[in-house]
Design a protein around this ligand. Structure first.
Ligand code: FES
Ligand code: FES
Length: 893
């Protein structure tokens, strides 16, 4: 038997010549710190040291390790943390943490080599980027990774003391954090889903017997919907649970089914044709997915087009008439164009995954989810179980960005299979499934018209959006233009265009980035025509008090004041600005329990942390109140047995959990004081540590209450929309359990780009982001969120596009080689400005940041490109061929 040495111990290698090293490390040796993401050597998550050199273990057969010495993340820092690990912890160079072990292994190797050769010299940004260019982080922690590696190499973290703003940072830098894909019960089976390979068909028969008859197969189930129709390539047909993934794959290949192909239609342009085959007939529209976070109002359908939805229009007919007049008269102030945005995949590094286990009538499901509490209720309802018989656990979640908020097929299949197999079952999507069927931000066509008055006011605005939603509905893009830049009249119309493609899903600020891409470029163009500074024009047109302050900050940036007109030459620099907003949302019912257990404060709530730092927000809030360190607080989350917590969507977690935490703190203080032999000194926090240590065990619980009265001028944004706004707010409140609060989280971004006009490459050189999101619960984590939102916006603007075959409906960008997300070298120099005023009516004063920080990035980049080359780019991603064509004044291929 051949062996390898791993983390100092000799371990046998399997005889199987096809076994991959990553699988042996994770599955046989249970060293789950090493992650499997792309499986193709692109992302670096599976990196281990192979005789001291970093290698991608997903590319190596296990036999290649014979006689070699391997080191995984678990052995790095096991005796004493490496300075790189301490740097990652101290500077918050991680968010969800799923990429972190791979980064740590590679960065440690770089650090150790650097220190041996160069002592405590500081490596440059380029040197670090070159060393880590084989690693991807979807949360966008790159800015702090640069700092952590540079400062570790410079010796800053050689000492023993290390603090960390993120409570679970140590678990994430040592590989100890366990995600759903890392769960392994005794006797656990692997579930794999059989998926449709045609875009539209009726399944007429399904024979699972051949799969069930295979050795090692424990269960096979049907996943066909009630109407027996599959409507996209990748739609689930059946699933199998087997002793391992290879057996399960062989079993799904053995399943026999007959189907009758139906006419299919792929994509926006073909689906809109009057003679296009219809994807959903009237009876079956209920099977369509949802691309938004809230429910939608009933809207008419015509063929594959659902719409118009125009509830947020204001004097729409008048807007149309004024714009037609301006068009007819050749008004040179009329800005009119059609913008297009591509489809952006969430591309979470941890795939959608669930592990289901029945013990008697008790069901426990580990799920990579954004909604622990909500999902528990949905599982109980679907499987007709009492809610107290269902437990959902999500200790750590490797990213979500909106795609993990619903009751996904991975969870349904895992539960069904576990029930049928009478054994625990894991279903974890592979990368192709992840990049094709788990949702996306829909592509869209945006027809924009904007008419200033001769005096420089804003007279009329029209935006019509056609969203390429696949087999889903309920996009709101144009409607979002109602809540910014008041005009005399606005016509805002949304259409969903349904076709035989996988369903879209909510994605970080659903509808916001495409709306801003069109609107913010139109405002920029209007400023050019009015010969007004673009920030000054926004300041004139946008009375929102939060954004007024941000405009004042932005117009004083040196970068903005020194910007030039379009240049000549191969490399041209430009500076652009754009604005974004999001809604301040919170979830009623959100509750936090505080307990004193054995002299320590324990906080509990059934919320989850998808990389946003929820534990740290709760711990920081409590620590401040009791004059403790956040690390002294134990925070329990990610378990549906805890008190009800909010979902992680719409940037609502902080605003939902800080207020009940504060209320629980007040209760706890009273209870501690009542039970203390010595009362606390009034006005002083000094005695709390002693009082807590001496306190008997106590428990208090508080629920999110209403906000205080906002300051004059701060209102609910829906008030601007009159009756329709009231109705929309009511629907959100009573059907989606979400409240829209007063005030608007806002963002103004100034971007500097460099355009290579010969090759068409656009590089974002520096990014200034101003954010008005109230008080920062944990400043370092807020900055990390801002950085992550910007790099995701850069991906949206420059690289990311799902490609599909227009004939067959197959997703062609189903691997990370074909779907490009930003890497560390794409991270610009980042400057973040926080305006912390304006949310005093919110207990704690904090609202969310995740969505608002990404909304203006793509138009700010496009406006910067316009400033650099003098040509307006109307379509993203800004592919090199599009940029070259724009420079040369011709259409892209
Ligand atoms: S999983 Fe090996 S490089 Fe991505
Ligand atoms: S922290 Fe890197 S993928 Fe989430």
């Amino acid at each position: 038997m051949s062996t390898m040495t791993i983390n100092g111990q000799s371990r046998p290698l399997p005889d199987d010549a096809d076994a991959l090293l990553v699988d042996v490390i994770r599955d046989q040796l249970a060293l789950t710190g090493t992650k499997l993401v792309c499986g193709s050597g692109v992302c670096g998550a599976c990196t281990v040291l192979f005789d001291g050199a970093p290698v991608a273990s997903c590319l190596l057969p296990a036999n290649a390790a014979r006689g070699k010495s391997l080191t995984t993340v678990e052995a790095i820092g096991s005796a004493r943390l490496n300075p790189v690990q301490k740097g990652f912890m101290a500077l918050d160079a991680l968010q969800c943490g799923f990429c972190t072990p791979g980064f740590i292994v590679a960065a440690t190797a770089f650090h150790d080599r650097w220190r041996a050769e160069k002592g405590t010299a500081t490596p440059s940004r380029d040197e670090i980027a070159a060393a880590l260019s084989g690693h991807l982080c979807r949360c966008g922690a790159y800015e702090n990774i640069f700092r952590a590696v540079a400062e570790a190499c410079a010796g800053r973290f050689d000492g023993d003391n290390v603090g960390a703003p993120r409570l679970e940072a140590r678990d994430k830098v040592t590989g100890a954090a366990r995600y759903t894909v890392d769960i392994r019960h005794d006797g656990q089976l692997e579930g794999v889903i059989l998926r449709a390979q045609v875009p539209h068909a009726r399944i007429t028969s399904l024979d699972l017997a051949p799969a069930r008859a295979m050795a090692g197969v424990a269960a096979a189930i049907s996943l066909i919907g009630d109407d027996n129709i599959v409507r996209f390539v990748g739609a689930p047909i059946a699933a199998v649970a087997a002793r391992d993934r290879r057996t399960a794959r062989a079993a799904i290949a053995a399943i026999k089914f007959n189907s009758e192909n139906l006419p299919a239609v792929i994509g926006l342009d073909t689906a809109r044709r009057p003679d296009a085959p219809v994807v959903f007939d009237r009876r079956n529209r209920k099977f369509a997915g949802n691309v938004s976070e809230g429910g939608g109002a009933p809207v008419a359908w015509k063929g594959n087009v659902r719409g118009p939805s125009a509830a947020f229009s204001q004097k729409g007919k008048r807007a149309r008439a004024w714009l037609a007049e301006a068009r007819a008269s050749g008004d040179r102030l009329l800005v009119e164009d059609t913008f297009r945005v591509g489809t952006q995949a969430h591309a979470c590094l941890e795939p959608h995954a669930a592990v289901a286990k029945f013990e008697g009538d008790q069901l426990t499901v580990h799920v990579s989810t954004q909604a622990v509490h909500d999902l528990t209720e949905k599982i109980a309802k679907r499987f007709r179980l009492a809610p107290d018989k269902v437990r959902v656990i999500a200790d750590h979640v490797g990213g979500g960005f909106g795609s993990k908020g619903s009751f996904g097929m991975e969870t349904i299949a895992a539960i069904e299979l576990a029930r049928a197999a009478k054994a625990p079952v894991k279903v974890a999507f592979d990368r192709e499934e992840e990049l094709s069927v788990t949702g996306y931000r829909p592509a869209a066509e945006l027809k924009m018209a904007l008419l200033p008055t001769a005096q420089g006011g804003l007279k009329a605005l029209s935006l019509t959006a056609y969203a390429d939603t696949g087999v889903a509905t309920n996009s709101t893009i144009a409607g979002l233009a109602r809540l910014i830049y008041p005009a005399e009249a606005k016509e805002l119309v949304d259409f969903d265009v349904i076709s035989n493609l996988p369903p879209g899903a909510p994605f970080r600020g659903p509808g916001g980035p495409p709306m801003a891409f069109a609107l913010e470029q139109a405002v920029d163009e209007a400023a050019l025509r009015l010969e007004v500074d673009p920030i000054a024009l926004r300041k004139r047109w946008d009375p929102d008090p939060y954004r007024q302050r941000l405009y004042s900050w932005a117009e004083n940036l040196e970068l903005w004041r020194n910007r030039t007109k379009p240049q000549s030459g191969r490399y041209r620099r430009g500076v652009g600005v754009a604005t974004g907003y999001w809604l301040y949302l919170w979830q009623p019912g959100s509750s936090v329990e505080l307990a004193i257990k054995a002299g320590r404060i324990v906080a509990s709530t059934a919320v989850q942390d998808i990389g946003t730092g929820t534990r740290s927000v709760i711990a920081g809030t409590i620590a401040r109140a009791f004059d403790l360190e956040p690390g002294e607080i134990e925070v329990q989350i990610g378990d549906s047995r805890l008190p009800e917590g909010p979902g992680s969507g719409g940037s609502r977690v902080t605003a939902s959990i800080v207020p009940p935490t504060l209320a629980a703190i007040e209760q706890l203080k009273v209870r501690i004081a009542q039970s203390a032999a010595q009362p606390a000194q009034s006005g002083s926090n000094a005695p709390w540590r002693d009082l807590i240590a001496a306190s008997p065990d106590l428990v208090v619980l508080a629920e999110r209450g209403k906000d205080n009265k906002p300051a004059p001028g701060i209102t609910s944004p829906f008030k601007q929309v009159g009756l329709m706004g009231t109705i929309f707010g009511w629907v959100l409140r009573y059907f989606n359990n979400i409240v829209v609060g007063a005030g608007m989280p806002s963002s103004v971004q100034v971007m500097e780009v460099e355009v290579d006009t010969l090759l068409g490459h656009v590089r974002v050189v520096s990014a200034h982001t101003g954010l008005a999101i109230g008080k920062l619960a944990v400043p370092a984590l807020a900055r990390s969120q801002a950085a992550g939102a910007i790099i995701q916006g850069i991906g949206y603007a420059l690289y990311e596009a799902r490609e599909t075959d227009p004939q067959t409906g197959h997703v062609l960008s189903g691997s990370m080689e074909d779907y490009r997300i930003p890497g560390i070298a794409d991270m610009p120099l980042l400057h973040v400005h926080f305006d912390e005023t304006g949310f005093d009516h919110v207990p704690g004063g904090s609202v969310g940041i995740g969505e608002v920080a990404t909304v203006p990035t793509s138009p700010a980049i496009a406006n910067a490109v316009r400033n650099a080359i003098g040509v307006r780019m109307t379509e993203i991603p800004l592919r090199p061929d599009r940029v070259v064509a724009a420079v040369k004044g011709r259409a892209a291929a």
